[in-house]
Ligand binder design. Structure first.
Ligand SMILES: C[S@@+](CC[C@H](N)C(=O)[O-])C[C@H]1O[C@@H](n2cnc3c(N)ncnc32)[C@H](O)[C@@H]1O
Length: 237
């Protein structure tokens, strides 16, 4: 998978590629991250990338001609994604879909955003949440993190992400490690029983319970078995 990140602040992105799992994935050749400075595509001598908005108002708008030159220079891509608060909400499902592609271009806005005509040059607009950030860089990194970890070989345990929150349509079950006792709180006994079938059952019940308590909206779309429905019924009685 190749990611091309178009930004006015390459130094905000770079450290993310120089640590931890993302760095290892790059070293192993599983992913490639090409960080490009949008300013390099400005053709005037001051390297201007923005201008005042038509119609007046506060703030500056990124110029469509500069941004489109940067997009086109990134070459052919499966997706050209504009980070925008007005985009489709980013979800685990979208991460799964994007992780199957081979080249994503992630376009980060700044200031008041990018001239609206850029919409004709991207394949989709994506929002990482209902709040307004100062730029699209964190959004690009969120997409990078969420998709890269789904690429085979990037994280060690193949099963690990299949159980994650949202992957199963439910929140994840709670995890525990040593010490067995901490300030009066013990690890649930079942987890040290060695009984794998019972542990799996307990985990499924915990995932259902947590989802019901914290994100009941997810239960409406989750794929539930007849057994799950019985457990949920028992929970509410
Ligand atoms: C200050 S914001 C512009 C906000 C814009 N005027 C609005 O109200 O929709 C500058 C840039 O940050 C990025 N951004 C801000 N919030 C975002 C979010 N929730 N999701 C994705 N990108 C976001 C976008 O790239 C945007 O162009």
């Amino acid at each position: 998978m190749k990611y091309t990140i178009l930004t006015l602040f390459p130094d905000l992105i770079r450290p993310w590629t120089e640590e931890s799992i993302v760095q290892k994935a790059i070293q192993k050749g599983l992913i490639e991250v090409d960080i490009r400075d949008i300013r390099a595509y400005s053709e005037d001598k001051h390297k201007t990338v923005d201008d005042t908005p038509y119609g007046g108002g506060a703030g500056m708008v990124m110029r469509v001609d500069v941004v489109v030159r940067a997009l086109e220079a990134a070459g052919p891509a499966d997706e050209r994604i504009l980070l925008s608060p007005a985009g489709a909400p980013f979800t685990q499902r979208m991460a799964e879909e994007l992780a199957r592609k081979s080249h994503l271009v992630l376009l980060c806005g700044r200031y008041e955003g990018i001239d609206a005509r850029v919409e004709h040059f991207v394949t989709r607009e994506v929002s990482i949440g209902d709040y307004v950030l100062m730029g699209g860089e964190l959004g690009a990194l969120v997409i990078l993190e969420a998709t890269a970890r789904l690429i085979p070989g990037v994280i060690k345990e193949a099963e690990s992400h299949q159980q994650d929150s949202f992957s199963t349509g439910l929140l994840d079950y709670p995890h525990y490690t040593r010490p067995p006792e901490f300030r009066g709180q013990s690890v649930p006994e079942i987890l040290t029983s060695g009984h794998h079938a019972k542990i799996a059952e307990w985990r499924r019940k915990q995932a259902l319970k947590r989802t019901k308590e914290r994100r009941p909206d997810l239960l409406e779309k989750a794929e539930l078995t007849a057994k799950d429905l019985v457990w949920l019924e028992e929970e509410s009685t």
